[in-house]
Ligand binder design. Structure first.
Ligand SMILES: [Zn+2]
Length: 442
């Protein structure tokens, strides 16, 4: 007997990224009420399901929506403003002065642009940290993307908050505002150990504990950060985060480049999810994440783009390719960071960074968060190994369709939830304002 579903999506190939890494050739997904109701050979599903809408993906590669596990979506408005500088002077001389004047509307528009780029390149969920984060969540709500976000906590006044206490109050308000929302969740976001005091980190821990929120922090990003931590706190960054209790909570730690074996073992024991940001690390010459040592310690590893000022893309397909290539040359070993390992980081393990085990895989009963790539693109032919294509051949611009919870948010050049040409118009004024603040004549 035929059952009814909202949407039937066929595919030349489906990478489920489930526990067995099942791959279906000539497959299909039946989707209803935002979830995957059935998954398997297209022939069987057509016989079982009567769909309100059928999407013909017979020339497409379908995979779970990618998870961008560390980003600053609104920093798209700083894309290309200042490149080719060291991390600390890049932050303090070029980025922080412009950010000091940012207003909520600029952050909302920049975030919407960031989410457009992510959806356009197959990302369906992200972990975000910035200022005016209420506007980031509003933009995520508009775009329909999943987002784990919270106000950045700094030891100095930000454009949004004169004090860290206010940043924590905003986080508390955001947690109440979005409580129970399926796509939007809130985390406590201390920026880093070198931009906060121990009192602030303890306050972050207390709030996260009280409201049962995860923590998201930049941690051990570079040898410079380690030197600053030793100077300011007398200990290295991971030890400082541990002493302030941050590692006892569900914790997503971005970068994690300059770490010892003991620190890796501690992070693995505490079930911290480390987020690899290869493009940002390479661009800022922050160092190379010790992948082999982390894998040996079974540390959970996700993948993120970081912000558009230090990448300069929010494209998880290019990020996957760079991650795979970086570790091969770093370890002088072509078997390092295999395509399968990197795709896991961008999907299944990204779910851990979001603290949402439902994500990063296509399974019956799970959310219908997925993306579909055009296999007729010249760079996607011929097809022997779909995982290889997803990591090494795809650029992200083969994406034909991206959906979250069964809702198509991007399809064939069009965003379904907002007017992209109108957004581009509004961003012109933002560019002018940024240039004025940067004091740069372009
Ligand atoms: Zn970052």
């Amino acid at each position: 007997m035929m059952q009814c579903c909202d949407l039937l999506l066929t595919a030349a190939c489906i990478l489920t990224q489930d526990a067995e890494h099942t791959i279906w050739q000539n497959g299909a997904l039946a989707i209803t009420a935002g979830r995957i109701a059935d998954l398997g050979p297209a022939e069987d599903l057509r016989a079982r399901w009567q769909a309100k809408t059928v999407v013909d993906g017979s020339s497409m590669l379908v995979l779970p929506g990618l998870v961008n596990a560390h980003t600053h979506a609104a920093m798209t408005i700083l894309r290309g403003l200042a490149d080719d500088m060291p991390l600390i002077s890049w932050l303090t001389q070029r980025i922080f002065p412009v950010e000091a004047g940012l207003n909520p509307e600029e952050v909302r528009l920049g975030s919407l642009l960031g989410f457009a780029e992510m959806l356009r390149t197959g990302t369906t969920a992200c972990v975000d940290m910035y200022i005016h984060e209420a506007q980031v969540l509003e933009a995520a709500h508009t775009a329909g993307i999943r987002c784990l976000a919270g106000e950045g906590v700094f030891g100095f006044p930000s454009a949004a908050c004169p004090s860290y206490r206010q940043a924590l109050d905003i986080t508390r308000d955001l947690a109440a505002r979005w409580a129970g929302h399926d796509r939007l969740r809130v985390a406590v976001n201390p920026h880093s150990v070198y931009t906060t005091s121990p009192d602030m980190l303890l306050a972050c821990r207390d709030l996260a504990e009280e409201l049962h929120l995860p923590v998201h922090i930049h941690l051990a990003e570079s040898p410079d950060e380690t030197a600053r931590s030793l100077e300011q706190h007398g200990v290295r960054p991971v030890e400082h985060a541990r002493a302030c209790g941050l590692l006892d909570l569900p914790c997503t730690a971005a970068h994690v480049v300059d770490v010892t074996d003991e620190e890796i073992a501690l992070l693995a024991r505490k079930r911290v999810v480390a987020v690899h940001n290869p493009s940002s690390n390479m661009k800022l010459a922050s160092g190379i994440l010790p992948l082999a040592r982390m894998q040996a310690a079974a540390l959970s590893l996700a993948l993120g783009t970081d912000g558009a000022a230090s990448n300069n893309q929010l494209n998880m397909f290019t990020e996957m390719g760079r991650a795979a290539l970086l570790h091969k040359i770093a370890q002088n070993d072509p078997t390092a960071a295999s395509a399968a390992c990197v795709l896991d980081m961008a999907t299944r393990h990204g779910a851990a960074a979001m603290h949402d085990a439902r994500l990063g895989q296509l399974t019956v009963g799970g959310p219908a968060d997925l993306t579909a790539l055009d296999l007729t693109a010249p760079n996607m032919q011929p097809l022997y190994h779909p995982v290889s294509h997803a990591v090494y051949a795809a650029t992200g611009h083969e994406v034909r369709l991206t959906m979250v919870a069964g809702e198509i948010l991007y399809q064939d050049g069009r965003f379904t939830r907002f007017d992209y040409p109108a957004l581009l118009q509004e961003l012109r004024a933002v560019r002018s304002a940024v240039l004025r603040r940067a004091g740069t004549a372009h």
